[in-house]
Design a protein around this ligand. Structure first.
Ligand SMILES: Nc1ncnc2c1ncn2[C@@H]1O[C@H](COP(=O)(O)OP(=O)(O)OP(=O)(O)O)[C@@H](O)[C@H]1O
Ligand SMILES: [Mg+2]
Length: 486
């Protein structure tokens, strides 16, 4: 008996269950998982679209992946090698295919009887509605005019925030189930392009009346799309100062694959955009700086336990990759280059290329190619150097005694507009130059402390730099101080 039970449990515990995976071109359309093989069919533009992939163990534990939802998706999870190599159909389609062949007489009866009943019913309704206030017709029309009735299929009147909150607190803590993500992505209406970056375009889109940001990658950048989606869905990553991820979707239009990454939309754009347009007060300087430190401290922090999160280093921190929210606090974005630390094995989750990120913001040890990549702390320390540069950009836009400096990128005065690694290395490592901290900052406590933090972020020796948590604490105290002055 025990043997039979063990045998049944075996497929579920198999650490390398092999499944069919349509997206895995590089691994011969095969993926491996500890969870389950997954096959799903979804109605897209009136056509059935089939997806086959792997479901990880945490996703499987979330219990939502293997369920079909209404008539828009049908899903199967199974536990033997390549068991998802099956043909699936939506219930409506399969019902019609299973229908037996009927004789012509029976068919005539089946068709004519309901038609007659329906005609009589319509006549009765028209008759009773005539001369009265007929609300039925109005209600019906309203439904027809509502183009996004798909919204009801997934959110039943909830906002995206509610939906994500529900899912992350009840599920695996990492994001919406894949099918919900797809359904959301496919009911977004793109409105306008808001920016362009290395990996494609960013659009403002509408989902059920709410603004969302859609980053569209070309199929050439599939790896970047996949990696960014993967990092955003790291368990327990959600934080008010990290961009809120909503959905990832890969849409094949027959000719090419469009890769979407959907996130919260912040109408003020990036911190770079914001600082170009606005000056900041001491209060908003503190608020912006504290929110970035809070986001980075959360990213860097390892939380131990089943509902914990790994330590993550960003590796491309800069004012263009930080968004400004309506309440003038920030959200760190663009996690596509981030790396995660596996504390148990003391390893980093992807093979390392040290010189990724934006050259202007690269720490001296990266420019010099002497960073010790076997220590995860090194990556965090490099982020702190970049954070210091971002703080310098904000602080320059703070008015003191009526003096405000124009917006400038760090090292604007010593390197060309698109500097090479060599340009940066000469300035940062050889000449040991750092952005100028103006004398007038000494006359204002907040700016004096921000200046001190910057210097302690810019040490050539990474180990001597402050940690994100330390910076967060120092700025919070500044916050209390400013409050008590007011
Ligand atoms: N969630 C968002 N809400 C509002 N605007 C956004 C959002 N995400 C990005 N943007 C805008 O789109 C622009 C392009 O973003 P993207 O990350 O593609 O490139 P980038 O950060 O400017 O450059 P890079 O490719 O070096 O990261 C941003 O600068 C910002 O203005
Ligand atoms: Mg960016």
């Amino acid at each position: 008996m025990l043997f039979i039970l063990l045998l049944r449990a075996l497929p579920r515990l198999n650490p390398c269950l092999k499944c069919v995976c349509q997206l895995c071109e590089h691994t011969n359309f095969t993926c491996q998982t500890e969870g389950a093989c997954w096959a799903s069919v979804m109605l897209t533009n009136g056509k059935e679209e089939v997806t086959k992939s792997c479901v990880s163990l945490p996703e499987l534990n979330a219990q939502v992946f293997c369920h079909s939802s209404k008539n828009i998706t049908k899903t199967e999870c199974c536990y033997t090698d390549f068991c998802n190599n099956i043909t699936l159909h939506l219930p409506i389609a399969s019902e019609s295919s299973r229908r037996p062949n009927l004789g012509p007489v029976v068919l005539t009866v089946i068709v004519t009887v309901p038609v007659c009943i329906l005609s009589i019913a319509v006549m009765l309704i028209v008759y009773t509605c005539q001369g009265r206030h007929c609300t039925f017709g109005k209600k019906k029309r309203q439904n027809i005019e509502e183009p996004l009735s798909e919204c009801n299929l997934v959110n039943s009147g909830k906002t995206l925030k509610d939906l994500i909150y529900d899912m992350t607190t009840s599920g695996s803590g990492s994001g919406l189930p894949l099918l919900v993500q797809r359904t959301i992505a496919r009911t977004i209406v793109l409105q306008e392009i808001v920016g362009k970056g290395r990996f494609g375009e960013v659009w403002r889109g509408k989902w059920c009346g709410e603004d969302v940001a859609v980053k569209i990658f070309s199929s050439r950048d599939e790896r970047s799309w996949f990696r960014e989606a993967e990092i955003y869905q790291t368990i327990m990553l959600r934080h008010e100062n990290i961009l809120g991820f909503i959905a990832a979707d890969n849409k094949d239009n027959g000719t090419w694959t469009q890769l979407w990454l959907v996130s919260e939309y912040h109408e003020q754009g990036s911190l770079f955009d914001y600082l170009n347009r606005n000056t900041v007060t001491i209060d908003s300087l503190i608020k912006l700086a504290l929110s970035i430190a809070s986001g980075l401290a959360h990213l860097h922090m390892e939380i131990v336990g089943t509902q914990g999160k790994p330590a993550i280093a960003h590796r491309d921190l800069k004012s263009k990759n930080i968004l400004v929210k309506k309440n003038e606090t920030c959200a760190i974005a663009d996690l596509g280059l981030a790396v995660r630390h596996d504390a148990v094995l003391n390893t980093i989750d992807i093979p390392q290329n040290p010189r990724v990120g934006t050259k202007r913001y690269m720490a001296p040890e990266i420019l010099d190619d002497v960073m010790n990549m076997s220590i995860f702390e090194s990556f965090k320390r490099a982020d702190i150097y970049s954070l210091g540069l971002v703080y310098w950009e904000i602080s320059r836009r703070c008015s003191i005694g009526g003096i405000i400096e124009e917006y400038q990128l760090p090292y604007y005065d010593v390197v060309p507009s698109d500097p090479s690694i060599e340009d940066m290395r000469r300035v940062v490592c050889e000449q040991k130059l750092r952005p100028n901290i103006p004398n007038q900052w000494q006359s204002c406590e907040a700016l004096r402390i921000m200046g001190r933090i910057m210097r302690e972020c810019w040490y050539a020796n990474g180990a001597a730099r402050l940690t994100a948590l330390r910076i967060k604490k120092t700025i919070s105290q500044l916050c209390v101080h400013e409050d008590s002055k007011a």
